[in-house]
Design a protein around this ligand. Structure first.
Ligand code: 26V
Length: 821
């Protein structure tokens, strides 16, 4: 038993029990017998947090005294997911904490359901940032994650009459036990106004920015623990507020309403997350958000450097800044401004430091996804930064001119200013020019950025281009979300070292044919399928037989991800059954999950189509013994954790060349699902790792796609030339799935037949044939089990720990810092 003074840090069951009771009383003001489930959740969270703080303070101290090189990860999104179990696992007390709660008659599963997740991201990019935080701490890399403390995260999705309806995500409503407000860590952020030329005491010319508006950013810190180590890092999110000097008398004499309005305007900046896959369309607030968090973060970095080692000239030796896509690329201009205008450094020295500080990761090749800002908007909001960008551009283009004499077309292509679509600033070009390293997120993607969007830049400086294939954290996506599988793996391998070093999963390989393991493996899968079926029945009213093959596609709704290709497959099977009711078929449950950007009409129509097809199939007794379709509402981290363990088949069917990496593909495979996928993103590397014979590959390669597009792609001919394809599409236009209305899905079917930019029709046949091979394999359970075990055994490479080690060694040059004890 711990002595009573250790009840805030003790790890024994007795100490944890006492801590629950104390936290319930002293923080929630409740006795055990009147506490709500939410009170109990909060008490558990505070019990975990108390134990995290010790490691956190210790890490901060060691990082400071060791002058350790530190990473600043800048990301507009962090899709953290529920924190409690994750933190208990990383504290190493998941089991004993549950036992302690249960001895107090607390239903631990019920309190876990109470937790609201911080949905501060829209999809893969934000979740990647969260996996990297976990792995940075686990790999002992000193790091600070910087971002925005959105008051409203990604919307909650409800399905009404088959349509997506968005509900605001008021995640802070009941308080957030994981964060610590730091009111003393705050910075002024300025907007608008104009600049003036002045001279300093030595007579050198300087620029003064006279802003129109000043707000402040306040730090909110969340500790991030590593697994199996004492290291803890820091996620620092900025909240916007009106400045302290806000004062009705002096601010704006007599203008009470104007003053209140200004306060609201300041608070609006960190109010809401814009999904990153929504076209920005002149969203002034989004630009304000980007500058807001970047300015706070750069000021904080300078402050930290001053507090420790000192001379500003060495800041690039102390810090590396990693840009998670272009959303934080303004940091390059902001650091220049801080060094030149506020710290009186020369332009040359400031630029040399800046260029050595930043690294940039690109996450998409889609041309419509590359960020640009209209020059007029930019100038109005950030006049000084526009001057800085002009100066960077001029210097850069002068170098290009010298290298490529007279090649004016190249100059226009490489300029930071796009003059072809009304003058716009190209954020990707700013990111490349201001960084010492640029990387893609999978091998194919990294190759493609060098030959397409950054071809000219690659010709200029090939040594700056790198590749780091994405990874995901096995702590959350195996241990937390699939405890049955984790236990079976540990029992089979005879150790749990795989949790901290995923390559150890290889120890499973020799057991792949063991009938005993296979039987247990199947039991684990069916148990997860039962859990999911129960949840889906409860939330969608679609009953699913756990014995059916669970065929799952869960990801953002996008034409390039081709959820409609999956729908065509379902319709084909439906028609086959209707035409010949005696045909035998492996029963399949098709499960979808994913949100559509609120303004993306086609993606929302795809959701409606999935639900409409489901409605017809699920209630038709002639087919519903073989086919079921369910749409999981509100796919987020928490709901994802219900899907991955239960999947037999993982759908990764993007058009080759379009999915930069994908990370869901990794989460499914790590949980024993087999993949049906195209030659795209990380699919290619997953297939290499697990073996071609354990992966269902279909469709065109990225090269074939390029060739076909160059030749002139004609979907109409494909539609006319394939009777089954035609009849599947025609069935949608017939009104069968829309209560007789032939118009509802016309935008979708017309677009497929006449344009089909993501070549659904070109891959249709290959996809159906490949699905036949899937069916055949599933009909042989022992073969399937073997493939499933081998998939898990060979997924070690896709741990985010490996990805972080590659960044640290090849790109950041940061060494781990070991804490003793
Ligand atoms: C942005 C936009 C903006 C305009 C409309 C269409 C559109 C479509 C996609 C995007 C993507 C933004 C960046 C992003 O989230 N990329 C994802 O990053 C993941 C982590 O690297 C990666 O696994 C995914 O393949 C990639 O799509």
């Amino acid at each position: 038993n711990d002595p009573p003074e250790q009840t805030r840090t003790g790890m024994s069951k007795a100490a944890l029990k006492q801590a629950y009771i104390d936290n319930l009383f002293y923080i929630q003001g409740r006795f055990r017998d009147v506490a709500s489930t939410y009170d109990l959740y909060m008490a558990a969270a505070f019990t975990a947090r108390d134990r995290m703080l010790e490691r956190w303070v210790e890490s901060a101290q060691v990082y400071k005294t060791s002058h350790a090189r530190t990473l600043c990860y800048l990301s507009a999104e962090y899709l953290l997911g529920p924190q409690l179990t994750q933190n208990l696992v990383n504290l190493g007390i998941a089991k004993v904490a549950r036992a302690a709660a249960e001895e107090l008659s607390v239903d631990f599963n019920a309190i876990l359901e109470e937790e609201v997740e911080p949905g501060l991201g829209s999809g893969g990019l934000g979740r990647l940032a969260a996996c990297y935080l976990d792995s940075l701490a686990t790999q002992r890399i000193p790091a600070i994650g910087y971002g925005i403390r959105y008051e409203f995260g990604i919307f909650d999705q409800v399905i009404q009459d088959g349509w997506q309806v968005e509900r605001s995500d008021n995640w802070l409503r009941n308080g957030n036990p994981w964060e610590l407000p730091r009111p003393k860590i705050s910075f002024a952020v300025r907007y608008g106004g104009h600049t003036e030329q002045t001279r300093d005491q030595e007579g050198r010319s300087r620029v003064r920015w006279v802003p129109e508006m000043v707000i402040k950013g306040v730090a909110y810190d969340t500790p991030i623990l590593g697994y199996g180590v004492r290291n803890a890092n820091l996620l620092r999110l900025w909240k916007s507020e009106a400045p302290e000097s806000f004062d009705f008398q002096t601010f704006n004499v007599g203008d009470y309403y104007g003053a209140v309005h200004a306060k609201i305007e300041a608070e609006t900046i960190s109010k809401v997350l814009y999904p990153n896959d929504e076209p920005e369309a002149g969203k002034e607030l989004r630009l304000k958000q980007q500058y807001f968090f970047v300015s706070c973060s750069m000021q904080d970095m300078i402050r930290l450097h001053r507090n420790t080692v000192g001379p500003l000239e060495t800041i690039h030796q102390k810090f590396v800044v990693q840009l998670n896509d272009t959303h934080p690329a303004l940091a390059i201009a902001e650091l220049m401004r801080l060094l030149v205008d506020e710290q009186a450094m020369t332009w040359e020295q400031a630029w040399s430091i800046t260029r050595q500080t930043f690294c940039y990761t690109n996450h998409t090749l889609l041309p419509e996804a590359l960020e640009t800002w209209s020059l007029a908007l930019f100038e109005r909001l950030l006049p000084r930064h526009l001057e800085i960008i002009y100066a960077i551009n001029q210097e850069f283009l002068d170098q290009v001119r010298v290298r490529f004499l007279g090649d004016e077309a190249r100059i226009a292509r490489m300029s930071l200013i796009d003059e072809t679509h009304g003058r716009r600033i190209r954020m990707a070009h700013l990111a490349v020019v201001g960084s010492r390293a640029v990387n893609g997120v999978a091998a194919l993607h990294s190759k493609l950025i060098k030959t397409t969007i950054f071809k000219d830049f690659h010709e200029l400086a090939p040594e700056r281009f790198h590749t780091v294939t994405n990874g995901v954290t096995p702590r959350r996506f195996m241990v937390v979300s699939n405890p049955r599988l984790a236990r079976l793996i540990t029992a089979t391998c005879g150790h749990d070292r795989w949790i901290g070093d995923l390559e150890y999963l290889r120890d499973l390989e020799t057991h792949a044919d063991d009938p005993v393991l296979q039987a247990r493996w199947r039991q684990v899968k069916i148990a997860a399928k039962r859990d999911l079926a129960c949840w889906l029945d409860h939330h969608t009213g679609v009953p699913i037989d756990p014995e059916a093959m669970f065929d799952i596609q869960a990801k953002r709704l996008h034409e390039y991800k081709r959820q409609h290709l999956k729908v065509l497959h379902i319709i084909r099977l439906y028609q086959r059954l209707k035409q010949d009711p005696s045909v035998s078929m492996v029963p399949r449950a098709f499960i979808f999950g994913g949100k559509a950007a609120p303004g993306y009409v086609m993606a929302k129509l795809m959701i409606k189509l999935i639900n409409a097809v489901g409605e017809v199939i699920n209630r038709d007794p002639q087919v519903n013994g073989y086919l079921r379709v369910a749409f999981m509402p509100n796919f987020n981290v928490k709901n994802g954790q219900r899907l991955y363990p239960a999947a037999d088949l993982s759908e990764q069917i993007s058009l080759a060349g379009k999915e930069a990496s994908g990370t869901g593909n990794m989460k499914f495979s790590m949980n024993g699902a087999l993949t049906i996928g195209t030659d795209d993103g990380a699919n290619i590397e997953i297939r290499e790792a697990v073996g071609a014979e354990n992966f269902f590959l279909f469709g065109m390669t990225a090269e074939e796609v390029q060739r076909k597009q160059a030749e002139g792609y004609r979907p109409w001919a494909l539609y006319q030339g394939d009777a089954e394809l035609k009849s599947d599409i025609d069935l949608i236009s017939s009104g069968l799935f829309s209560h007789g209305d032939p118009h509802l899905f016309r935008p979708l079917t017309d677009h497929l037949i006449h344009a089909d930019p993501f070549m659904v029709l070109a891959d249709y046949r290959a996809y159906l044939e490949c699905q036949e091979r899937v069916t055949e394999a599933y009909a042989q359970p022992r073969r399937w089990d073997r493939m499933s075990i081998l998939n898990v055994a060979r997924m070690g490479r896709f741990s985010s720990d490996r990805a972080i080690r590659e960044y640290a060694e090849r790109i950041w040059q940061i060494e781990p810092v070991v804490l003793d004890s």
